[in-house]
Design a protein around this ligand. Sequence first.
Ligand SMILES: Cc1ncc(COP(=O)(O)O)c(C=O)c1O
Length: 436
Amino acid sequence: MSEKLAIYGGTPAVDVSKVVPWPPVNEIDDKLVMQALHARVQSRGEQNLAFEKEFSAWNGNKFALFTNSGTAALHMCIVGCGIGAGDHVLVTAYSWSSSATCILHHDAIPIFVDIDPETFLIDPDKIEAAITPRTKAIIVVQLHGLCADMDKINAIARKHHLKVIEDACQAHGAMYKGRKAGTLGDCAAFSFNQNKCLSCGEGGMFVTNDQKIYDNAAKLWSFGETARPEQSRDYHAYALGWMYRNNELTAAYGRAQLSKYDYYFNTLRANGEYLLKNLAGTPNLLLPYEPEWAVHNWYNFNLRIDFDKLGVSDPKQQVRFRDAVAVCLKNEGIVASVWQRFILPEMTVFRAKNAYGQGYPWSIPGADEGVDYSLEKFPNALAYSRKHISIVQTLRAPNGLDIAEQVRQGIEKVFTSFDQIDVDRIEKIVEARKKK
Ligand SMILES: Cc1ncc(COP(=O)(O)O)c(C=O)c1O
């Protein structure tokens, strides 16, 4: 009989009192944020400029604009690349909603491409078949902090004259053949929301090396104006814009966190490698994979349940069992969750083909030609959405190998105790706790 699981009253594998919550803050953050707070300028000031300069230098981009979210930076990518009404943009079938809604907001149409079953990223071998005469760009989501096979994708893009946009919102410091995420396409978006490996509460960064893309994107950033923060404003809308700027306090916090990022990155790398090595061979468990071209940042160290070996094929049963396993891991003291349970083409906004009313933008003449959101086209994304469990913050700095070892024990304990996983009982426990 396996050790009693914590969900049923056993001792949790992780001593949560020893886990430092994310993100860690210290005197470096205090100093910079207080400096910004007491400065006379709290918008469009030197903290914003310094953060952009430091981030672009660290990442290797010519231009950077600090935004109030990663989603705002994605919108800037779309506009920067000149994508407009009725254009088609390819995007992975499995990601965060705004990886695809950013396309719709600019009157263009997302065309979904299934994922590779091993990397969980857009499958480069399925891209060409999805290209239509209206296709203008590919959004490559460097999901979980892993870069896709960019040489393959860029070669296809060149052949078909497409722009490549990186959704690098989860990929700070991740690398492809020695180059960093955010330098691998025409432009990119990063997120700094609280869950991200580099966080300042909320925020994002638009980056590019291309002057024209930058100029187009920059107009969206601040009401369609063209004045840079260091220039005085004429308050003239030269184009349609939004208010995507961020403030000085948040920029200062971002700078402080960036100054510690290499340490954060190395710590998480070490913890991820430790788990990969020491969980190998755990029954019922499929571990993530780091292709030879990649340095993963382990933003999300994801686990999959080996349903083929378990002989569970019914999708509903898989989801209930997976959710119960996630609950068990959580009770062992691991911040485990189901990151995204819906694939993008399953989401109502796409299924209804109605973003701005009256079927727009699909109702643009000719725009809907070749658009097929049938779920059967995305078997790998669907399978992944039913079997994965995400582990994020527990493995982040300053939590080191001692915590990683406790996490390993928790994962091993749960995955070797499937005989104890009574789904009905666990669902009842969860319901009862919610009512308390
Ligand atoms: C892959 C991906 N794209 C886009 C976003 C959007 O970032 P934000 O929350 O900063 O708008 C996120 C984060 O939530 C993400 O994980």
